[in-house]
Design a protein. Structure first.
Length: 294
């Protein structure tokens, strides 16, 4: 059986998801009104809110105990909690493929598997495979997360390794002098801009095609479990290369938040894959580490 690259939606093992950004220190890259409200930035345009001190790189506000706190997205060239977009791109795929079909996070019908295999300071969200396994194109999920966790998710993403390279022009006979890593990166490349959408608490994130990130130089090791959803022999595949459009959020304040993301793969106005999340962020008194963005 010949396997194509995988996609996820935002899930595939060629799959894609979004990367977003915020630079709070380079103020000259942002435009403000006379009251200090953010008018536009390299990461999109938004209406200035006069009642809130606005921080560069923020996307939207959350009402927290009578005041507002900005929700911020990590800039793709930066790290948070020591993790970069490039490193997390591969880690996300190992998280997304760590369970068989009946408990797989990409096939999660309602959010019941949100906390499976989550660890450390960065938690992942998943889209769908676009109905390949009979799941809805757009998943509706409710998840509870502890406070203090960054959130990383794809809008549209992909991954590949040697046995599943399938793109014409990227095969060994097409590129006989190229390295395996070069052919893998060819296999996951997106030739045209994708029609992408992401909203955080109802506020759209702009220019999502600017937030493309591949796994780090040298690739990563993809773990294929027993009884995996891809019908592949179990074991480690290395190198593997992941690519996608990703969003990397700083920890959200306690409360209820709405995150939606999707991709229209053929530009026909229909969302082909994605998810709508209601996130319930719960205070954790034991987690008092400060955010640290490098």
């Amino acid at each position: 059986m010949r396997h194509a690259r995988f996609w996820q939606g935002a899930a595939s093992i060629v799959v894609a998801v979004a990367m977003l950004a915020a630079q709070a220190t380079v103020v000259e890259r942002f435009t403000f009104d006379n009251d200090g409200g953010l008018i536009n930035s390299p990461f999109g345009t938004m209406e200035a809110k006069k009642d809130v001190p606005t921080e560069p790189g923020s996307v939207t506000d959350a009402d927290i105990g009578g005041y507002r706190k900005r929700i911020k997205i990590v800039e793709p060239v930066r790290t948070l909690f020591g993790k970069s977009y490039n490193e997390l791109a591969g880690a996300w795929w190992n998280w997304a493929s760590a369970e068989p079909a009946d408990s797989n996070v990409v096939l999660d019908p309602d959010g019941r598997f949100c906390d499976l295999n989550q660890e450390g300071k960065v938690w992942f969200l998943a889209g769908t495979f676009g109905g390949v396994f009979g799941e809805p194109l757009i998943a509706e999920r409710t998840c509870q997360l502890p406070a203090g966790k960054a959130i990383f998710f794809p809008i549209f993403n992909t991954t590949t390794f040697e046995e599943v390279i399938s793109t014409r022009g990227c095969l060994e006979e097409d590129l006989p002098k190229a390295s395996l890593l070069d052919r893998l990166r060819c296999d996951v490349a997106f030739a045209i801009p994708q029609v992408l959408n992401a909203e955080i608490n109802g506020e759209p994130v702009m220019d999502l095609n600017a937030y493309l990130a591949q796994s780090q130089p040298g690739g990563y090791a993809q773990i294929i479990i027993e009884d995996n959803i891809f019908a592949l022999a179990p074991g480690k595949r290395s190198p593997a290369v992941a690519n996608g459009f990703w969003v990397y959020l700083q920890p959200l304040p306690p409360g209820i938040h709405q995150i939606s993301f999707s991709a229209d793969l053929d530009d026909d106005g229909i969302r082909d894959l994605g998810a709508n999340y209601e996130l319930v962020i719960v205070d954790d008194d034991d987690d008092d580490d400060d955010d640290h963005e490098d």
